[in-house]
Design a protein around this ligand. Structure first.
Ligand SMILES: C[S@@+](CC[C@H](N)C(=O)[O-])C[C@H]1O[C@@H](n2cnc3c(N)ncnc32)[C@H](O)[C@@H]1O
Length: 446
C-alpha cells in the first residue's frame, strides 16, 4: 500500500527538481491519476512536503556519506535517499527497515544500477544517526541555513530587516504545516450553520479570528465534501481574506480585480457586495479564467466578469472607471513557504527584482483606472520590502495625487498589532499564524 504512495511522492519530488513544478498542483494531479486511498494520500503528502521542507538539512547529511557532489547524482536516486532520510529521522511511525527497503525497491524502477548505492548510503546513515544534528559550520549564516533548511540568500536578505530571533522564529514557522482555513460564503450560509453541518460529519472545526473564517481539521479531500460542492465555503488563508475586507467594496460598486485567478478575493468581494454591482476580473492565463468561472458558479455569484487580459498593458476603455481596485500582484510568494515549501528553493533575488518591475507597472495602470476619490488595495503574499513598501513608496513619490489610507478601522482587532503607522499591514506566520502577507490601501485625491 505504501509503495504507491512513496512512488507518487518520488515522482512529484523529482519533477519539482527537474521542472520546477508547484508541489500542490502536482499533488492534486497525481492523486487523481493514481487513485490513492486517503491513507496513501496523507502519507505521500507528508513525504513530499516534509522532504521539501527539510531538503537542505537532509542533503547536508547525505553529502557527509557520499563522495560525489549531490548535484551530479541521478535525481531519482537522490530523492530515494532523501525520502528514506525523511522517514528515518522526521517521521515517527515508519520502521527503519521499511524506509530503506522501499527506497531501494523504488530506485530499481528508474535507476536500477544505483539501488545498491542507495541501500549503502541509507544503511551508513542509520549506523551514524547522531550525524543528523551535527552541523560543522563556523559561518553563522551557513549554520542557520542548514539548521532551518532555508537558502543562504534568504537569511542574508532578511537579516537586514529582522533581528536574529525573529528570523529563526519565521523559519521555524515556515517549517510547520499550516491549519486549514476556509471562508464561509455569506451569500449561502451563516458561519454557525456551516459549522453545525461540518460538526455533524464528525469533523472538528473551530472559529477563525475573522467573522467569516473557520479552521477545519485536515479532511482527506475537502473538494469532495458536500458543503464544498454546495458552495458554502472557499478554502482561503485569513491573510487573503483581509485584503477584500480592507478594500471594503460596497453593494452596487464597480470594482476591478487586476490579477484575479482563481478568484479567491474576487468571490469574497462579491460576497461583501451582496452579489450586486460589478467586478471585472483580469487574468493573463486562459486556463485560470476557467477557475474564476468555476468558483463563481459554485459559490452562486453572478457579478464577476472574468476577462483574459495582461494587466501590464493599458486599456483606455477602463480609464477613470472603477470605485475600487484590487491589485493582488504576482510576487515571489515567500509568505507561502508553509504551504508550498519548494518556493524557498525556486525563488532567487533576480526573480524578486524582475517581479518588482511588473508590480510597479501594474500599480501605475491601476492608478489610471480608479476614479477620483476611489481606492486601490495593493497586496502580495510575500514579505520582501522590495515587493511591498518600496513599490508603494516609489509610486507615492511619482504620483502626488495619491495618498496612503489609514486602515486601522478596517483591520480586525486580532491583527491590529501588525499594522504599521495605521497604513501597512504586515502579516507573518510566526506572529499571526497566517501566510506572510502585505496589504495597504491608496486613495486617489484628484
Ligand atoms: C497572487 S495571484 C492572484 C490570486 C487571486 N487574487 C486570488 O485571491 O485568488 C496572481 C495572479 O496574477 C496573475 N497574473 C500574473 N501576471 C499577470 C498579468 N500581467 N496580468 C494579469 N494577471 C496576471 C496570475 O495568473 C495569478 O493568477
Amino acid at each position: 500500500m505504501e509503495d504507491k504512495a512513496r512512488y507518487v511522492a518520488l515522482k512529484i519530488l523529482s519533477e519539482i527538481d527537474e521542472k520546477k513544478v508547484f508541489s500542490n498542483i502536482r499533488i492534486n494531479q497525481y492523486f487523481k491519476k493514481y487513485n490513492l486511498s486517503s491513507l496513501d494520500r496523507a502519507f505521500a503528502t507528508e513525504i513530499v512536503y516534509g522532504t521539501l521542507r527539510w531538503k537542505l538539512k537532509i542533503d547536508y547529511l547525505i553529502q557527509k556519506f557520499c563522495k560525489k557532489d549531490l548535484k551530479d547524482l541521478n535525481v531519482w536516486a537522490l530523492n530515494c535517499i532523501r525520502i528514506g532520510v525523511y522517514q528515518i529521522f522526521l517521521m515517527d511511525k515508519v520502521p527503519e527497515f521499511a524506509a530503506v527497503n522501499q527506497s531501494v525497491v523504488l530506485c530499481k524502477l528508474k535507476a536500477p544500477r544505483l539501488s545498491g548505492f542507495v541501500n549503502g548510503i541509507l544503511r551508513n546513515i542509520i549506523r551514524n544517526k547522531q550525524e543528523f544534528d551535527i552541523i560543522n559550520e563556523k559561518d553563522k549564516t551557513k549554520f542557520l541555513s542548514i539548521k532551518y533548511s532555508h537558502p543562504k540568500w534568504f537569511i542574508d536578505y532578511f537579516i537586514k530587516y529582522f533581528d536574529e530571533k525573529f528570523l529563526i522564529d519565521l523559519m521555524d514557522a515556515n517549517n510547520q504545516a499550516p491549519e486549514l482555513t476556509v471562508r464561509v460564503n455569506t451569500l449561502k450560509s451563516s458561519k454557525e450553520n456551516l459549522k453545525a453541518k461540518i460538526i455533524s460529519r464528525g469533523i472538528k472545526v473551530k472559529d477563525g479570528q475573522l467573522k467569516e473564517s473557520l479552521i477545519i481539521e485536515e479532511v482527506g479531500q475537502i473538494e469532495k465534501m458536500q458543503e464544498f460542492l454546495d458552495g458554502l465555503f472557499y478554502v482561503q488563508d485569513q491573510s487573503s481574506m483581509m485584503a477584500s475586507i480592507i478594500l471594503n467594496p460596497k453593494p452596487g460598486e464597480k470594482v476591478l480585480d487586476m490579477c484575479a485567478a482563481p478568484g479567491g478575493k474576487a468571490t469574497h468581494m462579491a460576497e461583501l457586495m451582496e452579489n450586486t454591482g460589478e467586478i471585472i476580473a483580469f487574468d493573463v492565463h486562459e486556463h485560470k479564467i476557467d477557475l474564476i468561472n468555476e468558483n463563481s458558479k459554485r459559490l452562486g455569484i453572478g457579478i464577476i466578469k472574468p476577462m483574459l487580459k495582461d494587466a501590464t498593458g493599458f486599456y483606455k476603455e477602463f480609464e477613470n472607471n472603477f470605485d475600487k481596485i484590487l491589485l493582488d500582484a504576482p510576487c515571489s510568494g515567500l509568505g507561502l513557504i508553509r504551504k508550498k515549501p519548494e518556493i524557498r528553493w525556486n525563488v532567487s533575488l533576480k526573480n524578486i527584482k524582475d517581479l518588482t518591475k511588473i508590480q510597479s507597472i501594474l500599480l501605475k495602470n491601476a492608478s489610471k483606472y480608479v476614479k477620483i476619490n476611489g481606492e486601490i488595495l495593493y497586496s502580495t503574499c510575500t514579505i520582501t520590502k522590495d515587493e511591498n513598501e518600496q513599490i508603494i513608496e516609489k509610486f507615492l513619490n511619482e504620483n502626488t495625487n495619491f495618498e496612503l489610507v489609514n486602515i486601522s478601522e478596517l483591520v480586525p482587532i486580532e491583527f491590529k498589532n501588525s499594522l504599521i503607522d495605521g497604513t501597512y499591514l504586515r502579516l507573518y506566520p510566526n506572529i499571526n499564524n497566517t501566510d506572510g502577507f502585505f496589504i495597504c490601501k491608496l486613495k486617489r485625491l484628484w
